[in-house]
Write a protein that binds this ligand. Sequence first.
Ligand code: CDT
Length: 307
Amino acid sequence: MTRIVTVGAAQMGPIARDESREQVVERLRRLHAEAVDVGCDVVVFPELALTTFFPRWYTPDLDGHDSYFETSMPNDVVQPLFDDAARTGCGFCLGYAELTSDGHRYNTYVLVDGTGAIVGRYRKVHIPGHADHQPERPFQHLERRYFEESPDGFGVVDAFGGSVGMAICNDRRWPETYRVLGLLGAEMVFIGYNTPLYYAPDPDQNPLQSFHNNLVMAAGAYQNGMFVVGVAKGGIEEGVESLSHSQIIAPSGQVIAQATVSGDLVISARCDLDLCRHYTDTLFDFSTYRRPEVYGPIVESRGVQRR
Ligand code: CDT
């Protein structure tokens, strides 16, 4: 029996600073309905999909952006989206800023199945940017001020007839993300992102943003025999332009669906999860070919250690 999962990537255009949660949830519901119309079993929303990308602004107090965080999930404002999932049978993956009851702040994804139940939660592992105010930059990237690194790491959830992993934005640039998920048996990895086109530490990278986006996700998909669904919040948000180019990538590394314009839209692909085995049973048969006994530095050291 084939295991076909129809996956949607619900790309979003900008979310304005003064856009209410209710307005944003209406946008998400429209995208979810579009995904249902094209037969999706699950639709993936971007990173921090309920608000503008607030780490671009500095606040003197750490709690200065707490109004952008959710203290419960689901909550009254997003409940209609959960109800849509239960009514239609189409699940979703939603990114938001999470403030826990004991005061921790995370950049979080939840995976919701076709009954409207949360079946997985992931907190971003690799937190990019800086923690201090750097007024010389045209805009800030203060994720390291407003988010803690996940203490939990990566995990895989049985959902939609397969094994699903989640990662968030900067995580997609790190091979460890995909390899850990691959070792946990992930067949599909959902990755939302907000990627400004301007990179202050090295603007030479600016024209390469789209290339790097595909490079890392396609390599991750191929080297680990998995589908990768990359979903942008792109366009010009509060004066900062971010990458769109959402894409769904097969275990072969080939792009099988791609957004050709920016803004709110759904792309989708029918993913035969058994295709993963073409790679994980052959070239990337981990248990036959991997050599963990010589990979020590990967887990023993954080930075470069010349020997
Ligand atoms: N959201 C996020 O992780 N964005 C980063 C921007 C580069 S670091 C300033 C990314 O890796 O796309």
